[in-house]
Design a protein around this ligand. Structure first.
Ligand SMILES: [Zn+2]
Length: 252
């Protein structure tokens, strides 16, 4: 069965990487990662993820605030969010300058921006734990895609975020999420946080697709790292399958 495919979302993180490279900024080559990587998904070519990119509709948008290092990291998960959420934006944070396009985005009346950050570090009156159902303004989740230390610095030193409501994910939501997904790590990565935000906003399909996509990415990434054969017969692949149009199970 063939039907016209909608183009994939344009990935703002990939655009940032391309721009940086054009400016002559190169990532530091990590040791032990000599095998060529796919340009489109950053995974080692033999374990390319491209056939597994999901397509879903989302009402919410995302805006990633990144460090330069993060843009080049093959393990960065903001990239995955930008693959899934059609309205995605990404900016490199700088303490001294602010991108005018970011300011425009924050003041765009079609969006209700939420800065996603732990509530205990913020004045309580700014903190919210839910996403308002608003028929005129769509939620825009601003995610600080950086290490925790960097994220705190970004939070403190970006006055243009001072007026925004803070979306703080409740501990019980987080632990329920961890249980459901049997997440190994103590801290959720940016893609997992984004999936929780999408779920809160009622973008339930996109939340599930992103969760499954993240699992599949982790699998491909780790299998490549450990020089294992690519295995597409995992529960994560099965979970992702309904969101993948035209997915061709890749062999070899
Ligand atoms: Zn690829």
């Amino acid at each position: 069965m063939s039907h016209a495919l909608k183009p994939f979302a344009s990935n703002a993180v990939a655009r940032l990487r391309d721009q940086r490279e054009e400016e002559g900024i190169r990532p530091i080559q990590a040791r032990g990662w000599r095998a060529p990587r796919c340009r489109a998904c950053r995974v080692i070519e033999s374990h390319c993820l491209c056939a597994w990119r999901p397509q879903v509709e989302t009402r919410s948008g995302v805006c990633l605030i990144m460090t330069n290092k993060e843009v080049f990291k093959p393990s960065n998960t903001g990239w995955l969010i930008a693959d899934v959420v059609r309205d995605n934006h990404a900016f490199i944070w700088s303490r001294t300058e602010v991108d005018q396009q970011l300011l425009q985005l924050l003041s765009d009346p079609q969006w209700q921006p939420y800065l996603v950050f732990p509530g205990e570090y913020v004045e309580p009156e700014r903190v919210t734990h839910g996403v308002e159902a608003d028929s005129t303004r769509r939620p825009l989740f601003i995610l600080l895609d950086a290490t925790w230390t960097e994220a705190r610095k970004i939070f403190r030193k970006s006055p243009y975020f001072d007026a925004l409501p803070i979306l703080s994910l409740l501990p019980e939501k987080l632990s329920r999420y961890r249980l459901r997904r049997s997440t190994r790590s103590e801290h959720l990565c940016t893609a997992e946080v984004a999936a929780l935000c999408l779920d809160l906003a009622g973008d339930v399909e996109a939340a599930s697709a992103l969760d499954a996509y993240f699992d599949v990415f982790s699998q491909h990434y780790l299998d490549a790292k450990h020089q294992l054969e690519m295995n597409v017969a995992t529960p994560a692949h099965a979970e992702l399958m309904p969101f993948v149009q035209n997915a061709v199970p890749v062999t070899g």
